[in-house]
Design a protein around this ligand. Sequence first.
Ligand code: DAT
Length: 179
Amino acid sequence: MPAMLRTDPNIIITGTPGVGKTTHCQQLASSTGLHHLDINDVVKKHNIGESSTDPEDPNTKIVDEDRLLDCIENDLEEGGQIIDWHACDLFPPSLIDLVCVIRCDNQVLYDRLKKRGYGEKKLQENMDCEIMEVLLQEARDAYPEEQVVELRSEGTGDVDGNVERIEGWIKNWRKDHGK
Ligand code: DAT
């Protein structure tokens, strides 16, 4: 199906682990009826992740991106997907309508990841990722400037505000696409 026939948008919610991607996706899916496409679940379901060879981090999966795209291509073509993943440049720009990069204060993120039980090395890698704005840069390099928004997620009020903003954007997108 050509991308222009989609009547619901595809939205990527990305960012460093712990910034609040899943929290946003769940709230958005429940308020808009769009589908929360959790890439972690897709990887598990289709067994397309290989365990990391790092002995300190055996649970991290290296994902075969070509196979991942094969698994979700139909969903993306249909539209209405809220994609939850800590990378964004693998998804074809022609099938993506909005990219939200969730950001978080370093100390808040550190505490969240510590609570998750991350070891020192993994913790530091993820803190560096957030400080260096890796996901924001990845999004800006892969998608048109006007499709990339940066949203902060430190307190619960932030989630509500961000979700409201994205809901408004979805409403306009639907109107512009004849729905
Ligand atoms: P991610 O999917 O990016 O790994 P998450 O949604 O699982 O992140 O959130 C990690 C933890 O932080 C989880 O316990 C919920 C909490 N959290 C996320 N965003 C928050 C916010 N804006 N206010 C309060 N807690 C938040």
